[in-house]
Design a protein around this ligand. Sequence first.
Ligand SMILES: Nc1ncnc2c1ncn2[C@@H]1O[C@H](COP(=O)(O)OP(=O)(O)O)[C@@H](O)[C@H]1O
Ligand SMILES: CC(=O)N[C@@H](CCC(=O)OP(=O)(O)O)C(=O)O
Length: 259
Amino acid sequence: MKEILSIVKIGGNVIENADELDQFLLNFSQLEGPKILVHGGGKLATKLASRLGIESQLANGRRITDAKSLEIITMVYGGLSNKNIVAKLQALDTNALGLSGADGNAIQAHKRPVKNIDFGFVGDIDGINSKLLDTLLQAGITPVFCAISHDGKGQLLNTNADTIASEIAIGMSSIYDTTLYYCFEKKGVLMDVEDGESVIQYINTKTYSDLLEKEVIADGMLPKMENCFHALQNNVGKVCIGDISMLQPNAKLFTTLTL
Ligand SMILES: Nc1ncnc2c1ncn2[C@@H]1O[C@H](COP(=O)(O)OP(=O)(O)O)[C@@H](O)[C@H]1O
Ligand SMILES: CC(=O)N[C@@H](CCC(=O)OP(=O)(O)O)C(=O)O
């Protein structure tokens, strides 16, 4: 039997709230077994860009990343956010190691080809260095990834954090029994986005298409669910969506997705 590996993605809304982030990191540090953290931070990048007089543009929930935006996201994701999280995990006795996809050639990608929209320096993932990640995990280290990949030719690429998490989970599935957790500010996938308690506890391929048809799933939840089902179709054992309490051993209210 393969060992269980938890891959946890934490969204930008949670990491911007210091109390929520601390509570999340405490829950994460107490998760049993090997684990990998992936963090977003899109909102903080937008804020900093605006303070510097740079306008942020998004299309289909993805940032159009020109050279200036790439500088900002590298500073925010790879610097401030990543190192802050790593330091907080060290304080919780979790030996975290902050990484971008360029570090240790961890996440290889290519620049998204221009179709209708030119996304600029945005990467689509080609592969994960699962051997490196396994070596780190076996040494008791917890990798902490920001939302940056690279093309192997010296170019950093902005890559959605939800996608990084699902591709890491897929890549590690040959070695581990993987569980993917998406933590964000709501208790799960909601039947009514205005009603925070209306959590849909189980979603499968069939109910997913019904929810899409009824337009229950919208905005950022659309690409998130695509990532979830892509992971499940590619050997990831289990996918859950919920708030920071989902990682607690007695957690009850969150969404579990299956094929
Ligand atoms: N049915 C739904 N249930 C929960 N959230 C939904 C739903 N439909 C749309 N959303 C929206 O999707 C958002 C989550 O996507 P996103 O902002 O990309 O997450 P993250 O914080 O992880 O980056 C929620 O904040 C919510 O506004
Ligand atoms: C290409 C692309 O859109 N990248 C994202 C990466 C950060 C991210 O995914 O952050 P959240 O999870 O907090 O949304 C962005 O720059 O917004």
